[in-house]
Write a protein that binds this ligand. Structure first.
Ligand code: ATP
Length: 597
């Protein structure tokens, strides 16, 4: 499932969404205060220059008094220098605070993504998450480091300059203010339209990122099937749609910019004509008119930039909404309040008591009435047709998913009453899909147990028959290519298995982790795995004959229920459904005969 591009909720993306940034800004309020103070003082220093100009024109220039010119010029130079210094201060404080806020937001988002349940990640496309964690966070930083400051400073400048214009010559000042009314009304109308458009663009960018990510990840499949053209056509469709959405946004922006550019020119014409008439009538001095026009030019940048800043604020509000959707997503799998670690033996007793599981929003439960008691040190294999719920059942042990009925216990403790960190340190899991990270072999193997000793690592590599790592160019310090692509599927599975068996966990959950091994390596891994399984409680999803034979007992899963449990040979002799399942797999059937002998 991917997130929909349209968000009909009218309240979404409104400027009020910016309030979400306040908790992130609070730790840097000193720097932010310095930014605003610097920006305001710089603007005031800038305003002083037109007032001095008026004095110069009406005083030394009109009166021919050169002596009086020097102190006024000195004053103008002083204000100019102060303005430059204040701008430096503002930029320094602004850069520091915005970059710090961006880092905090990034970290919070990353930690949230790490803590969100697996079910959440299954519901979101990776491109949407990626674009929120990268481009949306950058949009927010740009606004904090630029737009927010100038939006406030420019609005204050407009109020201060407007007041000064009225004080300087009220008829012209009032005329300037009156001409601003349609501009403000236009700006407010713009907010609603631009909000929806910028949200649609940001969502479509996420969709496009998903396509790129999938195309890169699945490059082998796409090439092998010869469907590069089809994949490109799908991508191109989305790229075209993004272009259309961006063009719509650009059109809206062009109109608003046009208005904000046009307005000051018209107003300037009104000021010049009205000012000339006032000077003629003797109501205003020439210095007064020069000062008025100079003051008005100070207003040009705040007015011109208002359109751009409003657009930036709007995009940031959408970005806040999009990031907020991740920050607000419920942590359905989390530590219960006040949980304390409890004693869990090695090996531990694993029990499923009347366990049921239903995916959120799904009709029927995937698992129901599961009762299974795995004694300490025992290995139980889960066998069942595809889609019968084997992977879902194993995911309940390390709390990748939480039961929706009943409970799963470790040595009598409900896994939900133990700290998540403890559950995940006593339960080790290896999946069929062996995911490795762009780090060294050692880091990959010790990922779940950073404190493992060199001897533990060597032992785990031996059990997983992963000794090939010693032949890599830098041995255990060799960095594995992105997603482990530089290793074969079987090598990756062996490293993932070494990661799981490292340090002999209390409970080992193996979701068909030997599927990519050749027969010879599989036999070697199984021989070594037997040693580990002898001292660990294990739940093993088995599709292959040899894996079933590793187990002490086998549980047959049919449509989410355990319909039979016992020794492999007994089930084969007594349970027709088990026999039927095995007969559909030549391999299992072979094992069945071997096991029955
Ligand atoms: N996120 C999900 N939302 C809704 N249903 C899901 C989700 N994930 C899996 N299912 C459904 O749950 C059922 C059990 O899936 P599960 O992966 O546990 O089966 P399995 O026995 O491990 O299958 P296989 O042997 O093919 O790996 C399937 O019908 C599957 O379609």
């Amino acid at each position: 499932m991917t997130r929909p591009a349209e968000h009909p909720d009218a309240e979404q993306g409104r400027l009020s969404a910016l309030r979400r940034l306040l908790p992130f800004a609070r730790p840097y309020r000193g720097l932010i205060a310095l930014t605003f103070t610097g920006a305001l003082l710089a603007t005031l220093a800038q305003l002083a220059v037109p007032l001095i100009t008026r004095r110069i024109v009406d005083g030394p220039i009109a009166g021919g008094d050169r002596g009086a010119l020097v102190p006024l010029l000195g004053l103008a130079l002083l204000f100019g220098t102060a303005e430059a210094a204040l701008m430096f201060l503002r930029r320094w404080a602004m850069g520091n605070s915005s970059l710090a806020i961006e880092r905090d937001l990034r970290d919070t988002l990353y930690q949230r993504l790490q803590r969100l349940p697996v079910g959440f990640h299954e519901g979101w496309s990776s491109g949407q998450l990626l674009s929120r964690a990268t481009s949306d966070v950058s949009t927010i930083r740009r606004f904090i480091g630029f737009g927010a400051v100038f939006l406030v400073v420019n609005l204050i400048t407009c109020v201060v300059v407007g007041t000064l214009l009225v004080v300087t010559y009220w008829p012209l000042g009032v005329a300037v203010l009156v001409t601003s009314v349609p501009l403000i009304a236009f700006g407010l109308g713009f907010e609603k339209r631009y909000n929806a458009q910028s949200r649609a663009v940001q969502d479509e960018q996420g969709e496009l990122a998903t396509d790129v990510e999938e195309a890169v990840q699945g490059i082998r499949v796409v090439r092998a099937l010869g469907r590069s053209g089809l994949v490109f056509a799908r991508y191109d469709d989305k790229a075209l749609r993004l272009r259309e959405l961006q063009l719509t946004k650009v059109r809206t922006l062009a109109v608003i910019w046009c208005m904000f550019e046009f307005h000051p020119q018209i107003t300037l014409a009104v000021v010049l004509v009205g000012g000339a008439l006032a000077v003629n009538a003797g109501a205003l001095t020439i210095g007064g008119l020069v000062g008025f026009v100079a003051l008005f030019t100070v207003l040009l940048w705040p007015i011109l930039s208002l359109g751009f800043l409003l657009a930036q604020a709007q995009e940031t509000a959408s970005a806040c909404d999009r990031v907020g959707e991740l920050l607000d997503a419920p942590l359905t799998v989390a530590d219960s309040p006040g949980v304390q670690p409890a004693e869990v033996a090695r090996p531990a007793r694993l029990r499923f008591e009347d366990v049921g599981f239903r995916f959120p929003g799904a009709g029927d439960p995937v698992l129901a009435g599961i009762d299974l008691d795995v004694a300490p040190g025992e290995t139980v294999a889960l066998v069942g047709a595809t889609g019968s719920g084997k992977t879902t059942l194993t995911a309940l042990v390390p709390r990748l998913l939480d039961v929706t009925r009943g409970r799963v216990t470790l040595d009598g403790h409900d896994v939900r009453d133990l700290p998540l960190a403890q559950v995940r340190s006593v339960v080790a899991t290896a999946f069929e899909e062996a995911t490795l990270f762009s780090m060294s072999v050692r880091e990959n193997v010790t990922l779940g147990r950073p404190g493992a000793t060199e001897a533990d690592v060597t032992e785990a590599l031996r059990v997983a028959q992963a000794d090939f790592v010693h032949d890599l160019p830098w041995g255990l310090d060799t960095r594995i290519g992105e997603q482990g692509l530089s290793l074969s599927g079987g090598q990756r599975q062996r490293l993932a298995l070494a990661r799981a068996v490292l340090g002999r966990p209390s409970v080992l959950v193996l979701d068909d982790p030997l599927s990519a091994l050749d027969v010879h390596t599989e036999a070697l891994v199984e021989r070594a795995l037997r040693e580990v399984l002898a001292s660990t409680t294990a739940l093993v999803v088995a599709h292959r004959a040899s894996t079933v034979l590793l187990a002490d007992r086998v549980a047959l899963l049919q449509e989410g229920r355990i319909t039979a449990i016992g020794r492999h040979s007994d089930l084969l002799a007594e349970v027709p459904a088990y026999r039927a399942l095995l007969s559909s797999s030549a391999e299992l059937a072979g094992a069945g005969e071997a096991g029955a002998r």
